[in-house]
Write a protein that binds this ligand. Structure first.
Ligand SMILES: NC(=O)c1ccc[n+]([C@@H]2O[C@H](COP(=O)([O-])OP(=O)(O)OC[C@H]3O[C@@H](n4cnc5c(N)ncnc54)[C@H](OP(=O)(O)O)[C@@H]3O)[C@@H](O)[C@H]2O)c1
Length: 245
């Protein structure tokens, strides 16, 4: 049987790539992405960081019938990073139901499928493993300016809280990351929000939690975002409705 691998679903993700480079030393890495041809630079970084080998697979998250096939092909998994996602265009999604569906399909439904398959397969493998999911502060309280994406993150976060409880006491743990605004590809051209971080900072925080001997965890990134989140719930609706994304 092959050694447990680090699997990245949505491996062209900036945060997913950063995290994989922190977890790859001495590991086989499987990069699954739509744009396999774009994975060369990440493969080089992973090998330089101590990965023992890198495999690349085609993966479209919305092709949910194939998630199990991909996970089974990987074999035992030490860390699974579920990093695919789209911000979408809120304005367009308000009148274009196909786009609204696309955001819901990628950022909620396909995540649920991936996480369900990973939990099932990793519980069956009998070796320790960690699953990483990406929620967001956008899901904490839906904003008029970003409610389509925000609602998917709210649903995903709730799913993760339940999944973490299901995994409690097992050899599999779930890290649910709740970053704030991350300056990078997904937010290119947008004005950074207060307490913005970069992908490397998110990856550092998640990698620490993956390596920790503690079990499942939910991480605000940066940690002080927890205070802002608490305050967000207190803002009256007539004020909240005017908040920017
Ligand atoms: N950036 C932020 O401010 C922020 C804040 C909080 C949470 N998050 C979450 O963190 C996660 C990673 O985000 P990131 O900043 O790394 O964003 P990113 O660099 O834009 O990466 C997202 C990746 O998802 C992939 N993807 C989209 N749809 C896909 C599909 N149908 N099948 C396979 N791959 C697909 C994209 O691949 P292609 O190259 O094929 O398009 C892209 O590489 C996401 O879940 C995001 O919502 C991000």
């Amino acid at each position: 049987m092959s050694a447990p691998a680090v699997l990245v679903l949505g491996a062209t993700s900036e945060i997913g790539g950063e995290l994989a480079t922190r977890l790859c030393r001495g590991k086989r890495v499987v990069l699954a992405a739509r744009r396999v041809e774009a994975l060369g630079p990440l493969e080089e970084r992973l090998m330089a960081a101590g990965a023992v080998g890198v495999d690349k697979l085609y993966f479209d998250a919305t092709d949910t019938a194939h998630h199990r096939q991909i996970v089974e092909k990987v074999g035992p998994i030490s860390a699974a990073i579920v990093s695919f996602g789209i911000l979408g265009n809120q304005e367009r999604a308000e009148t274009d139901e196909v786009h609204a569906f696309e955001i819901a399909a990628v950022d909620y439904a396909s995540q649920v499928v991936a996480l369900t398959v990973l939990a099932d397969a990793m519980l069956a493998q009998h070796t320790p493993g960690t699953i990483v999911a990406f929620s967001s502060i956008a899901g904490w309280r839906a904003r008029r300016a970003n409610y389509v994406y925000g609602s998917t993150k709210a649903g995903l976060d709730a799913f993760c809280q339940g999944l973490a409880d299901r995994l409690h006491g097992s050899h599999v743990k779930l890290i649910t990351a709740r970053p704030g605004f991350v300056i990078g590809n997904m937010t290119e051209g947008m004005k950074p929000a207060p307490m913005s971080v970069d992908a490397a900072t998110v990856a550092d925080a998640v990698a620490d939690a993956v390596r920790s001997k503690k079990g499942s965890a939910t991480l605000w990134i940066p940690g002080k975002l927890r205070l802002l989140a608490w305050a967000m719930r207190l803002v009256p609706r007539p004020v909240w409705r005017h908040m920017p994304r």
